[in-house]
Each structure stands twice: as structure tokens, then as C-alpha cells.
Ligand binder design. Structure first.
Ligand code: GDP
Length: 474
């Protein structure tokens, strides 16, 4: 079985040009539109420091990956992240769902904060990631982890769509994750859900009761009203994605949280994405090897196995892995260590960090068949933001499109850089500059930040990049 180079680049969350270069290094000549076999894909992914799991979207599409012939693909619970503006009720919602549902499952159940938890809804389950906000969401994505199936956008009914709501929407859109809107604080006297829906529609999220396809659920996280309906809506939207996994294969997953515990050593919460993780399994996560010595579920109970979409705290890593690292079960302790070493080495190469593009590289990207230049655009005022956005989008041609995946007023922040890294974008500032954290993040990741004060200079540079006229940078 084979995978298209463009799909593989997507899945690895790296620019196609980086992938193609690595393929060439491995002696495989393939253009973006060609397919390579899974063995080659695996080899190259490993050289880039990324663990390979058989892609789930492939399964969801009904296509079958290598080793899946005759495999028993069964539905798995959706994994949900809660996004939204500060103080609109994300934490209250997550806490309410956790408390009410876990108590329902078993009287007196004590919940443990391990970074994710699973609740039951009728005879089904939903897994919630416990760190709300698009910063955490996109940071994971920038590390190559595609974890979230559905985003719940919390908007306070009395406050409406705010700047971070727009940011959250754009981050979810850039990740191509469907959004369910929870219109919260419906108990407040100033609650105005219609105004929220109007504002959502202006952001391209047209509510379903207005003829659009965005599901909105009015809730009060504080009073626990409307939560059952919200959970049903999440399952409904998840069903459209047809999420499947094969519980019979060795586990692959992602590190959600990790820390060094004084008594227990390195402790990491693993979200199993496919397969089943078992006690004794030798594992590799990022540059860290280990063996599953003990597993605890989100209620602090000891478990011996964890299936798809299940979060578990895992003990037995040699070192502390990083959130967003991909985890896989490997053949044996020795191999685990070797793979971890190979990955640690691959990480030293900045190119392998993935998700980085510069305007001057666009020439190569275009030759590699890339069709889109993603831009994160920040400006000093709304007027200049819209002027630059329109000027840039007008440059789009059939061969190459400019897409402003996020545009907002304000200084360039670290989150902007993370989004650019995760989405293979450049950051353009108009009459604004990066703050210190953003500059450091850009240095660390190689994300390009360009700042301008004159509109035609932005347009000229982007146009030149599109036409492949920019000389390579020194
Ligand atoms: P976050 O920053 O989005 O995580 O917001 P929080 O969950 O911390 O909530 C911010 C404030 O709004 C807190 O004081 C909550 O008690 C309050 N809050 C959250 N949900 C509701 C709600 O449904 N109704 C009312 N009246 N207050 C709420």
C-alpha cells in the first residue's frame, strides 16, 4: 500500500519540500503528487524524528493501510479540546463535565488531573483534553501531534465574540477541526444568544438553525444546564468524521503531559490514538525510551491496558518526554533505545523540526507543487489589517494562492508564531512588531517574521515570492 507524498507531508506536519528533500537523501525520487510505499514513508519519517502510526484519516476514509488488511476497525471515542476567550467558562465547563459524569459512573469516584479524561454519554464515550485554550492546542500541533477531533468553542452569551474567540476559531480552522459552539452563561441576565450567533456568522460559522452547518448549544456551565445536549452535539459532529481505530494492534499515541515526580520518576499522560497499550510494552516517545511499568487511568486506578482514545498516566520512561511527542510501541528495549537516539539526533537538525517556510523558499515550494502560501497577519489597526488582507488575497492566482489563516490587530505574539509553525505559514506584521516571546519562538523554530510599514512593500514581497523571484536568503 502507498501514500501520496503530499498526504505524508500533511500527516507529518512538515512542509512538502522538507519531506521531498529527505526522500532524496534516502535515495527515493518522488514529487509531491506521487505515491511512495509505507516502508519508505516509515524510513523517512523516522529520519525526521517522527514516530509512524498508520494514519487514521486513511482508515476513516475506508482506505486500508499496510497491515490493516482484514483488521477489525471499530469506532473510537472522539477527542475534544475546549477553546474560547478568557473567562468565558472553559475551565468551569471542563470541571462540570468531569465531576458530574464521573460521579455518575461510580459513586464517590475521585478524579485525578492527568491532562485528559474520558466520560460516558449513554453507551458511548468522549475524551476531553484538560488543558483548555488554543495555545496548548496549536503547540501540540506544531510538534506534529494531531490529537483533537472536535473543538468546543465556548462563547459567553453576555460578552459575545471577543478577540481570542476569533483567534480560537482561526486556530481550529487551520487545523481543519470541526467546531461545536457552546453559548455559555445563559443564566446571566445580559445573555443574548442571537447576538452571539450573528457574530459567529460574521466569522464564517453560520449556526445550523440559521441554515448553516455550525452546531450551537446554549449552556450554563455554572448551573450545569444544557450540558447533556452539548455532549450529544459533540457525538453528532464526531460521527460525521467516522472515527475508527484498531484496538488489536500495538499502541501508538501522543504525550499529553509529562513531568518528573519525586517518588515515581518520569510520569507522562499518554493519549492512546490507535491500538492498545499494555503493561510491559517497550515504548519510544520523541527522544525518550522506556517500558510501561504501571498505568493509571483518570480516576487514579491501576489498569493493565488502554485502548484507542483512552488517556493513561504511564510510569517507566527513562526520561521526561515532551508534550506533543508521538509515542509508539517498539520491538524491544534495545530497539527502543536506538530509535530514541536516532530521533534525538534528527532533532538537532533544524530542518527536521518541521512546519517552517520562508517567503524565499516559496520558489522551491512551488516547484514542489505547493499551491498555497499561508500567512498569519498582524496589524496596528482594523483598517490597515483589512487593507493588507485584501491586497494579499488579491494576489492569488490559479498556480498559487495566498491564504490569510489568521488576521488580527495587535503585536505579533508567541501564539502567532506557533500557529505559523503548525500551519506552514509566514508571519507578516504591518506597523507592529513581535514581542520578546514571539522573537524567541521564531528563533527557536525558524518561523519567518516579516514586518512592514508600507503596504506596497508587503504586496511586492509576497508577489515576488509567489512568482519565485526572490533570491535565496543569505
Ligand atoms: P475560562 O477562563 O474560560 O476558563 O473561564 P472560567 O471557567 O474560569 O470562568 C470565568 C468566570 O465565569 C468564573 O467566575 C466562572 O464562575 C464564571 N462562569 C463560568 N461559566 C458560567 C456560567 O455558565 N454562568 C455564570 N453566571 N458564570 C459562569
Amino acid at each position: 500500500d502507498r501514500i501520496a507524498v503530499s498526504d505524508l507531508a500533511d500527516k507529518l506536519a512538515i512542509p512538502a519540500v522538507v519531506l521531498i528533500k529527505s526522500l532524496i537523501k534516502a535515495g527515493i525520487m518522488a514529487s509531491i503528487n506521487q505515491s511512495i510505499d509505507f516502508e519508505a514513508a516509515e524510513q523517512v519519517a523516522k529520519s525526521l524524528g517522527v514516530a509512524v502510526e498508520r494514519p487514521q484519516r486513511e482508515r476513516a476514509d475506508g482506505r486500508v493501510g499496510e497491515g490493516d488488511e482484514g483488521a477489525d476497525l471499530t469506532s473510537r471515542p472522539p477527542v475534544v479540546t475546549v477553546l474560547g476567550h478568557v473567562d468565558h467558562g472553559k475551565t468551569t465547563l471542563l470541571d462540570h463535565i468531569r465531576k458530574s459524569r464521573v460521579v455518575e459512573q461510580e459513586a464517590g469516584g475521585i478524579t485525578q488531573h492527568i491532562g485528559a479524561y474520558q466520560v460516558t454519554v449513554g453507551d458511548r464515550s468522549i475524551t476531553f483534553l484538560d488543558t483548555p485554550g488554543h495555545e496548548a492546542f496549536t503547540a501540540m500541533r506544531a510538534r506534529g501531534a494531531q490529537v483533537t477531533d472536535v473543538a468546543v468553542l465556548v462563547v459567553a452569551a453576555d460578552d459575545g465574540v471577543m478577540p481570542q474567540t476569533v483567534e480560537a476559531i482561526n486556530h481550529a480552522k487551520a487545523a481543519r477541526v470541526p467546531i461545536v459552539v457552546a453559548i455559555n452563561k445563559m443564566d446571566r441576565p445580559g445573555a443574548d444568544p442571537d447576538r452571539v450567533k450573528q457574530q459567529l456568522a460574521e466569522q464564517g460559522l453560520v449556526p445550523d438553525d440559521w441554515g448553516g452547518d455550525t452546531v450551537c448549544a446554549p449552556i450554563s456551565a455554572l448551573k450545569g444546564q444544557g450540558i447533556d445536549e452539548l455532549l450529544e452535539m459533540i457525538l453528532l459532529v464526531a460521527d460525521m468524521r467516522d472515527l475508527k481505530a484498531d484496538a488489536d494492534r500495538p499502541a501508538s499515541g501522543v504525550i499529553v503531559e509529562a513531568r518528573l515526580d519525586r517518588g515515581r520518576g518520569p510520569v507522562a499522560t499518554v493519549l492512546v490514538q490507535n491500538g492498545t497499550l499494555r503493561l510491559g510494552d517497550p515504548v519510544a516517545a520523541g527522544a525518550v525510551a522506556g517500558k510501561v511499568r504501571a498505568m493509571l487511568n483518570d480516576r487514579g486506578e491501576s489498569v493493565s491496558e488502554a485502548g484507542p482514545a483512552t488517556p493513561v498516566e504511564v510510569l517507566g520512561f527513562d526520561d521526561v518526554p515532551e508534550a506533543g511527542d508521538l509515542l509508539e510501541v517498539v520491538a524491544g528495549g534495545r530497539e527502543a533505545r536506538q530509535q530514541a537516539e536516532a530521533r534525538a539526533e534528527a532533532r538537532q537538525q533544524p530542518e527536521a523540526r518541521g512546519g517552517v517556510v520562508t517567503l524565499s523558499q516559496l520558489t522551491q515550494k512551488r516547484q514542489a507543487g505547493a499551491k498555497e502560501l499561508n500567512v498569519v497577519l498582524k496589524a496596528d489597526v482594523q483598517g490597515s489589517l483589512e487593507a493588507v488582507r485584501q491586497a494579499l488575497e488579491k494576489l492569488s492566482r490559479d498556480e498559487a494562492r495566498v491564504s490569510v489563516i489568521h488576521g488580527a490587530v495587535g503585536a505579533i505574539s508567541e501564539t502567532d508564531v506557533t500557529l505559523a509553525q503548525a500551519s506552514d505559514a509566514v508571519v507578516i506584521g504591518f506597523n507592529v512588531r513581535p514581542d520578546g516571546a514571539a522573537r524567541r519562538a521564531a528563533d527557536r523554530t525558524g518561523v519567518e517574521i516579516r514586518t512592514y510599514t508600507i503596504i506596497y512593500q508587503v504586496v511586492d514581497d509576497v508577489q515576488a515570492a509567489l512568482q519565485g523571484l526572490l533570491e535565496p536568503e543569505f
